[in-house]
Design a protein around this ligand. Structure first.
Ligand SMILES: *[C@@H]1O[C@H](CO)[C@@H](O)[C@H](O)[C@H]1NC(C)=O
Ligand SMILES: *[C@@H]1O[C@H](CO)[C@@H](O)[C@H](O)[C@H]1NC(C)=O
Length: 396
């Protein structure tokens, strides 16, 4: 390697380390400066040695790479991520005189996606590149960098139906930019179960007169299907008020809860369909975060977390373990985690997943195991539907 190349290589690595360290530090500053309760002492204690260890590196980066320019990174990316001086000077909340806007630490690993994503006209229209953004996000560049351009939108947007019509009516095709999907209208999405081959996530979900209509409303015969009313009956009436549905498809769960005056936020990706637009059109809140990202809620706040058909053996086991603890974190003591149709191969449940779930510390209110037969009995697949409760006392 000649020396200029080597320097470049070194500086880009240092820059990457810098981004990583700075975004971690910011998270730490925010999480420590806004928490006053002593219950967080343990977290702080664990985090301090890490800070001590990275601080000298961070300084070294500042010294050796104080221009912070890297020819290979898009300039808008550098502009967004570089430290921004606070106009009013040092802030106690941030414990700093600057803010370092965060992006997912893997962002710079995917230059082939990052470069086109961050190449646009500042103050102008963004490229129509939803697919590119989602690819980058799912690879771990989450959060994505902010951009200074106007996101693609329909030329003639049609406003949503009023509530409650919006709950169960298919919105106008003109509320969606369709370029990222194989279907170009809602009719196609509704009919794709019949017309389209191959697997698509939540293939029959857009048909609000199909299976969606009856989900969670009544006992459907299998013990794995809990009804919403049966679950709510576990707690005092009115005490389940706010919550989260992870990977909630078209948010029928949130709609059913909304009909009971319960507010549910639904996380969803737009995997070959405008799930986020559809959820919003129905009149409930979509949250565009993947399964990998720390849940953007504070500790001990939500009454219920639900997840159906998402948390399964496709998720790397360590990631799943972190996710389960994150769910536990955001639930308030006495809050419910409804793990709806978790699936895996037969022996994995006993050997891997049951111990994993049990390690978190929930109380088991319901724990129903059944066979999953839709792909044939020879696969020996299992379902688990569980209703778990964060202990009301001593949940820490
Ligand atoms: C974008 O707008 C800002 C605010 O008016 C201006 O300072 C900046 O020069 C503009 N940038 C471009 C590339 O037009
Ligand atoms: C929801 O709230 C509205 C307004 O407070 C009330 O009229 C309605 O009866 C409630 N519905 C249910 C199912 O509790």
């Amino acid at each position: 390697m000649d020396s200029t190349k080597k320097n470049k290589f070194l500086s880009s690595n240092l820059f990457f380390a810098f981004i990583l360290v700075s975004s971690n530090l910011l998270t730490l500053f925010i999480s420590t400066s806004f928490n006053t309760s002593c219950s967080l002492n343990q977290q702080i204690d664990i985090a301090s040695p890490v800070v001590a260890k990275v601080a000298p590196e961070y300084e070294a980066v500042q010294v050796s790479d104080n221009t912070q320019s890297d020819q290979n990174l898009p300039s808008e990316f550098l502009t967004f991520t570089s430290p921004q001086k606070l106009p009013l000077g040092f802030s106690k909340n941030f414990d700093s005189n600057e803010i370092m806007p965060p992006v997912g630490s893997p962002c710079t690993l995917f230059r082939d996606l990052l470069n086109p994503y961050m190449s646009y006209n500042v103050n102008g229209s963004c490229p129509d590149d939803e697919l590119l953004a989602q690819k980058l996000l799912l690879k771990g560049c989450e959060p994505l960098p902010r951009r200074r351009c106007r996101a693609a939108a329909q030329q003639e947007y049609v406003e949503p139906y009023p509530i409650p019509e919006s709950f169960w009516n298919t919105p106008s095709d003109s509320s969606v930019v369709w370029s990222g999907y194989s279907c170009k209208n809602y009719d196609c999405l509704i009919n794709r179960v019949r017309n389209q081959r191959g697997f698509d996530d939540c293939k029959d979900c857009f048909d609000l007169n199909g299976k969606e209509k009856s989900r969670w409303t009544a006992k459907t015969g299998t013990r794995l299907d809990f009804s919403i009313d049966e679950v709510l009956a576990v707690k005092k009436p009115g005490t389940i008020r706010i919550g989260l549905d992870i990977g909630g498809g078209v948010a029928t769960f949130a709609i059913r809860m909304r009909e009971r005056n319960i507010t549910i936020v639904t996380t969803s990706m737009n995997l070959n369909g405008p799930f986020n637009n559809f959820i919003a059109s129905r009149g409930v809140i979509p949250l565009y975060v993947s399964i990998s990202q720390r849940l953007p809620f504070f500790d001990n706040t939500l009454d219920i977390v639900h997840s159906m058909h998402v948390m399964s053996n496709w998720i790397p086991t360590t990631l799943l373990h972190f996710l389960l603890f994150d769910i536990y974190r955001v639930l308030r003591p006495g809050g419910l985690f409804w793990l709806d149709h978790f699936f895996c191969a037969g022996d994995q449940l006993e050997q891997v997943y049951a111990p994993l779930i049990e390690s978190v510390g929930f109380n088991k209110v319901k724990w129903i195991v059944g066979r999953k037969l839709d792909r044939g009995p020879e696969l020996n697949e299992m379902y688990l539907s569980a209703l778990l409760e964060k202990p009301l006392k001593n949940s820490w």
